[in-house]
Design a protein around this ligand. Structure first.
Ligand SMILES: [Mg+2]
Length: 218
């Protein structure tokens, strides 16, 4: 699937790529509505009805990933709530083996995420994946989410990489599209970002169901 000899930098997304998106889906679709309903003394159904359009219109924007933004808008301690159910944070199958193999190679490995620093910190603490990365970049530090082509230019200034020998693995098609527009040559998607959901049918990019498919030749 990938000619590893041609790759010297690997950019890895976190949620839905290395970590099970079930945590985030459960958090935003079930746990936040529950806590919001409790706070407002309304039913969970009405809480979901009120929250869905608010979430929808922030999709792909940096604020969508900002815990402070949502704490402010919803008047809930979002970081605290995440910590409350942090037991659900899990690494997707075969990710650790893949990262171990990458670490043994001479390739530069960067975690590149839209996650807010608080969320990132919690997830690294729960999963112990931090040592596998040469660096960790949150789009909040660059001022643009990964869905924007500007993000990749700023990333390249901070962490020099050659577009032709760089591989990005990300479950978001919007992110892959912006990386393609910027010129990153090797792009791979993930067809099972959430362990509790059926496999996604991805046609625009090569897609892996799990990381075993990428370990050949590494
Ligand atoms: Mg993702």
């Amino acid at each position: 699937m990938i000619d590893w000899k041609k790759i010297d930098t690997v950019l890895l997304d976190m949620d839905g790529t290395l970590l099970d998106l079930n945590f985030d889906n459960h958090f935003w679709k079930e746990f936040v509505p529950l806590k919001y309903a409790e706070k407002k003394s309304i039913s969970i159904v009405s809480a979901k009805q009120q929250l869905e359009p608010q979430f929808k219109c922030m999709e792909g924007k940096l604020e969508w990933y900002c815990l402070d933004y949502w704490s402010n808008v919803l008047q809930l301690d979002i970081a605290g709530l995440k910590a409350e159910i942090s037991g659900l944070i899990t690494v997707l199958p075969h990710v650790t083996e893949f990262l171990e193999k990458l670490q043994q190679s001479s390739k530069k490995v960067l975690l590149v995420t839209n996650a807010h620093r608080d969320s990132l910190g919690l997830k690294m603490e729960k999963t112990c994946l931090r040592p596998f990365f040469d660096n960790i970049i949150s789009s909040h530090d660059l001022g643009f989410p990964k869905e924007h082509a500007e993000f990749w230019g700023l990333l390249q200034q901070q962490q020099p990489f050659d577009k032709k020998t760089t591989l990005l693995i990300d479950d978001s098609l919007a992110v892959l599209n912006s990386a393609r527009l910027f010129g990153i040559a090797h792009l791979i998607s993930v067809s099972k970002p959430d362990s509790k959901q059926p496999i996604k049918n991805v046609t625009a990019y090569l897609a892996i169901e799990d990381f075993r498919e990428l370990m050949i030749g590494l």
